[in-house]
Ligand binder design. Structure first.
Ligand code: DQA
Length: 155
């Protein structure tokens, strides 16, 4: 007889929020500062944690250059019912694996971008994740993340 599959265990940390970043975002500060600004990745992490704490969230910020790792983190968020703020970076424009992983979650998911992809090259105008996101915030520099935390708090 097959064993029943246990229900996923919800996050043990109350009010945990994941802020997930895709490729090259760990290089913020030195990466094309004319496009992405001068705030470093460490500065972004600190700002997210600070704003999150003000709103009563425990914010965990992660960054990866690896599509498979991003998929695993989205499974973790889905199983734990953990809200996600995600800047998928270049994955935005082509990663169906990431999109399908994100579609499994039931908690809110907010897509963010530092720049406004619609004001840039044509290939950036497509987002494969927007259609399954709760909403998208783009074009406000690293403040896009902080606006997303406020949006999450208002949902
Ligand atoms: C980005 C926009 C993407 O087009 C790009 O590939 C990134 C960053 C942004 O935050 O503006 O890496 O997601």
């Amino acid at each position: 007889m097959t064993q029943p599959v246990p229900n996923p265990v919800p996050s043990p940390v109350p009010n945990l929020v994941f802020v997930l970043n895709g490729p090259n975002l760990g290089r913020l500060g030195s990466r094309e500062p004319d496009v992405y600004g001068s705030t470093t990745y460490a500065g972004l992490v600190e700002a997210c944690r600070k704003t999150g704490a003000e709103l009563g969230y425990e914010v965990e910020v992660r960054e990866t250059n690896d599509e498979a790792e991003m998929v695993r983190w989205l499974h973790e968020a889905a199983d734990g019912k953990i809200p996600v703020i995600i800047n998928p970076a270049a994955f935005t424009h082509y990663s169906y694996a990431m999109r399908d992983a994100a579609a499994q979650r039931t908690a809110p998911l907010i897509e963010v971008h530092i720049s406004n992809p619609h004001a840039r090259e044509q290939f950036r105008h497509t987002s494969v994740i927007s259609a399954i996101a709760s909403g998208t915030i783009a074009g406000f520099g690293v403040n896009s993340y902080l606006l997303a935390l406020h949006a999450l708090a208002g949902l």
